[in-house]
Design a protein around this ligand. Structure first.
Ligand code: SF4
Ligand code: SF4
Length: 268
């Protein structure tokens, strides 16, 4: 018997039970996620967070206080946390930020959290058993691809959830897009979408696909999928980790509830 077989037998099952609800390991303990907004008051005329943010995710009010944080633009770099002298912005460990509506990624001081609603069933029952994904890199740095690759490793073992990648758009239910959607990739992306059979879905995977990320709106780069394709789930993160991608896929399939509403976490 080959040595690797013996080692595998000795190690036992490597695949996590997460996310089946039995307390399995999601593989992301201790990792940083999106910044949290604490109860501490901003200092007057501070502006430090907005000046530190490389993606213009933060908007201030006239007093220089934090007024809006768009998690759809956030790359979780933690620069605003380091810059904030009042402790208003704090390190967070929430990374599962998949949402159905782009507006749900915007935290605003003025709007209180809309309550988590029962979602109307929008996914055809035929998707619930299995899902085939066509991935298109529309101008990514390949950070997102590296996380996508991890979905197939023995720990996450995506196939156990009935979710598969396919090279053919004709066999795909879901178009998973990474990257900022560069000018050169617009047409191939559109062609892939048109080649997919109905019903077809779109997942914007990574902050670049949501809004263009750190390189948005240069002469060749785009600003993500907004206005390009109809997006069903928006998942920011730079890159989103494999567990966040699984979480977003299960949200798309209505096998998990949405946890983020109005930029705030609602534990189900
Ligand atoms: S963590 Fe997000 S909001 Fe804060 S500076 Fe980085 S990109 Fe901007
Ligand atoms: S979201 Fe981050 S990791 Fe993903 S393609 Fe953009 S820059 Fe790279």
């Amino acid at each position: 018997m080959p040595l690797w077989t013996l080692r595998g037998l000795a190690q036992g099952i490597a695949t996590t039970r997460w996310p089946d609800g039995s307390g399995g390991d999601d593989g992301q303990q201790g990792g940083y996620g999106m910044p949290r907004i604490g109860a501490e008051q901003c200092l007057d005329d501070c502006r430090a967070c907005a000046e530190a943010c490389p993606t213009k995710a933060i908007r201030l009010d006239t007093r220089g206080h934090l007024a809006e944080l768009d998690y759809g633009r956030c790359i979780a770099c933690q620069l605003c946390v380091e810059a904030c002298p009042a402790g208003t912005l704090q390190s967070g460990h929430e990374w599962a930020f998949g949402v159905r509506e782009r507006a749900d990624l915007r935290w605003s001081l003025d709007t209180d959290t809309p309550p988590a609603q029962a979602l109307a069933s929008r996914i055809e029952s035929s998707f619930r058993g299995s899902l085939h994904i066509r991935h298109v890199d529309a101008g990514s740095c390949n950070g997102c691809e590296s996380e996508l690759q991890a979905l197939g490793n023995p720990f996450y073992n995506l196939h156990r959830l009935g979710i598969f990648f396919t090279p053919s758009p004709r066999a795909a239910d879901l178009l998973l897009v990474t990257g900022m959607v560069t000018a050169a990739m617009r047409e191939p992306l559109q062609a892939t979408w048109e080649a997919m059979p109905e019903p077809r879905r779109v997942l914007a995977c990574g902050t670049c696909a949501v809004c263009g990320g750190v390189s948005a709106d240069t002469y060749a780069s785009g600003h993500g999928l907004e206005g390009v394709l109809p997006v069903d789930v928006w998942l920011p993160g730079c890159p989103p980790n494999p567990a966040a991608i699984i979480d977003a896929l299960l949200l798309l399939l209505e096998r998990k509830p949405q946890r983020i509403h109005g930029g705030r976490v609602h534990a189900p």
